[in-house]
Design a protein around this ligand. Structure first.
Ligand code: 4NP
Length: 153
């Protein structure tokens, strides 16, 4: 496959999808893989904001730096530009499919389809405590490894 482009999507683009982008890009870079990555939200509540401090803190404790990322909303060009458009939960996938032209629907799926965990979705941690952010990171690390295996095998 030639330089796959991967877009990670959640609701706000300040917790789960920037974490997914940061973790996946870090792992891919370490392996010397040439991949294009970005993240976006189905809502535009926090346009231009850096990731949530709680996401940055738990990521930083495991060696991932999310501070350069900036929140943005999914746009029509994303459906053309990205090969994999990966929603963190079922609502994200549903919202993406509603906006996406027929020709590109096949690009959209749940990120945790690449995970071996019993979870299907990355739960929204925004209104919860630190443990929720740790779980998000656990699930994202696992699915990132699975996606890298898929892209390199
Ligand atoms: P995310 O979490 O979708 O993982 O970025 C959320 C961030 C903000 C809000 C909801 C979820 N919010 O309602 O502002």
């Amino acid at each position: 496959m030639s330089t796959p482009a991967i877009l990670f999507v959640c609701l706000g683009n300040i917790c789960r999808s920037p974490t997914a982008e940061g973790v996946f890009a870090h792992k891919a870079k370490k392996l010397g893989l040439n991949l294009k990555t970005d993240s976006a939200g189905t809502a535009g509540y926090h346009d231009g904001a850096a990731p949530d401090k709680r996401s940055q803190d738990v990521a930083s404790a495991r060696g991932y730096n999310l501070s350069r990322l900036k929140c943005r909303k999914v746009n029509a060009q994303d459906f053309v530009n990205y090969d994999f458009i990966l929603g963190m939960d079922e609502a994200n996938v549903r919202d993406l499919k509603r906006k996406c032209p027929e020709d590109y629907q096949h690009k959209i799926q749940l990120f945790l389809n690449f995970s071996v965990s019993e979870f299907n979705e990355v739960p929204d941690p925004y209104y919860g405590g630190k443990r929720g952010f740790e779980l998000v990171l656990d699930l994202i690390e696992d699915a990132s490894d699975g996606l890298i295996t898929k892209l390199t095998s």
